[in-house]
Ligand binder design. Sequence first.
Ligand SMILES: *Cc1c(COP(=O)(O)O)cnc(C)c1O
Length: 396
Amino acid sequence: MSTLAIHGGQPIRDTFLPYGRQSIDENDIEAVVAALKSDHLTTGPKIKEFEEKFAKSVGAKYAVAVANGTAALHIACLAANIGSGDEVITSAITFAASANAVLYCGGTPVFADIDPDTYNIDPKEIRKKITAKTKAIIPVHYTGMPCDMDEIRQIADEYGLIVIEDAAHALGASYKGLKIGSLSEMTEFSLHPVKNITTGEGGVITTNDEKLYQKMSLFRTHGITRDSSQMIEYHGPWYYEQIELGYNYRITDIQCALGISQLDKLEGFNARRQELVNYYDKELMDLAEIKTKPNHYNCQSGNHLYVIELKLERLNVDRREIFEALLKENIGVNVHYVPVYWHPYYRSIGYEKGLCPYAERLYERMITIPLFHTMSDKDAEDVVKAIKKVIAYYRK
Ligand SMILES: *Cc1c(COP(=O)(O)O)cnc(C)c1O
């Protein structure tokens, strides 16, 4: 057995492999340069062009592009009229933004536990958390694998709830043949560099509902309208009215030019992610010390993250030791995520540990391994070699 790098041995790689990264090619650069030389750096024609192209790519009628995915969630919650006294059910295993957006509106996030097999929010747990105050559900397609949307729709219809999907991981994913982004009242995507395509920072919210589309467009730009049919007065062509308390959540034409160019490549990017996932699945399947996330029920995942779950009962050490050993082998591992309500801010407003036992159990056991579309076969082989090396050393 070769000595682990953490014990002074030779690491599997000489150079560090990050867990995710963007790729920008010459077309992207040309598109951005053209936007920089154009008349509009912001609020120009690239915004609409990007929105229309994005909506089409996910099978939605409308898309609103904004400054980041968190802003997209925020305007979705505002458009859903979430406010003080309203409860919104979301997953415990997600990036804090999914719940923060509810807090921004004065609402209360309610965390439902995950299904230990899919790691997604468990519809049975959603049912348990519904009260007279529940107004919406924010299911998170964790790692890119769609949640059980038929079941979630059923619950939403039964109780008259709005569904806002957090599809930050799920651009290009589909559920039973339908694209994620076309299914619910609203669906949020993130275009942060680590996500499947990027605009540097950016977010998009899609909807099929014209009213929600108009509301979200308002909230993106201060709540200001230039549409005289929405105004209470009209003074002339210069005149606009602020009819809601909105924000400046605009995205720039520079970013949208990049987004348009990146969107052309999404299919290829995601095909490569799928290839890498298939390779990991095949190579890691027989390792008795880890469990990999299964593909299930007629879905195409966005394959944003690849998560392994350690079977700690078969190992001599805990997750931290294995994580640190993999890092020393120069493999950029990560953990997604600390259960949201464990964060000190959430505890300061009354949430306590123990709320979602499956989420907490997963948190103690999971490691995200590198996955991005420009990874080479050799990179993926190094990841597998490092996992096998580290697990072999620590197995019971
Ligand atoms: C990335 C991400 C977001 C939004 O992030 P931004 O950085 O604001 O674009 C929201 N939810 C999840 C699950 C995410 O991974």
